[in-house]
Write a protein that binds this ligand. Sequence first.
Ligand SMILES: [Zn+2]
Ligand SMILES: [Zn+2]
Length: 296
Amino acid sequence: MEITTLGTSSMVPTANRNHSATLLSYKNEKILIDCGEGTQRQFRKARISPVKITKILITHWHGDHVLGLPGLMLTLGHSDYKKTLDIYGPKGTKKFMSYIYKFFDTRSKIDYKVHEIENGMFFENNEFKLEAAELDHGEACLAYSFIEKDKRKIDKKYLEKHKIKANPKLKLLQEGKNIIYKDKKILASKATFVVPGKKITFIPDTGICKNTIKIAKNSDLLFCESTFLTELQEKARETHHLTVKDATNIAKKSKSKRLVLTHFSQRYNDLKVFEKEAKQHFKNTEIAEDLKKFKL
Ligand SMILES: [Zn+2]
Ligand SMILES: [Zn+2]
């Protein structure tokens, strides 16, 4: 699993920071969270083809999170995009997506499906599920979690020790079922072990709100907006944004393992101050940079 922060600025981009976009790569899935202006070029710089995108999760329709969508849809429409693109977002996403095709001449359209979602789980397959939580940003805005499912694996040493050879019944063991092998009962609890799935949470623009802690609960990796240093707390409250300290509070209260700060105001050039301040409250903090990769 790999997460690439394609854009880490807030409302106004800087020479080093593009508008919001993050890409989560997991096996054949490429899930794009937000698509700020310039995201397509960030894809090129990261040497990832946008044609590989499988899902887009839109957090909210403020320009700094979506202005790259018309261009991306234009590119996909002119490329060999054969899949149906699933686009998830808050209430209003269907209307905004229809505006894109009304206002811009994108010519060829790809197949896409828009899903307007609220709190809770909205996607599940054998390997992972996706959850959303409504935030407090003055307009419909969602946080997202990617939750990988636990995997049961066969303990090869146990098989060797008990002289169990490869046979079709091993598949049942892997499903957690006990089997009979050469008249002996083999317990799944002894012959297998569980690898816990990883959880990654993305908290975009928001004021203080309980749902941030709820959705981030026990995340292995938590991406959280941190538009301002704590000294600008009043400004953060006025504009429904978070400070460094707010983000570290969410990480602590949700018992997340790693925190990555992102969505920085243009007023900050050197982000070392963010790191320094954050580490006083939550040691395991990292700073997102454009095109930086986070592995799990
Ligand atoms: Zn924003
Ligand atoms: Zn916003």
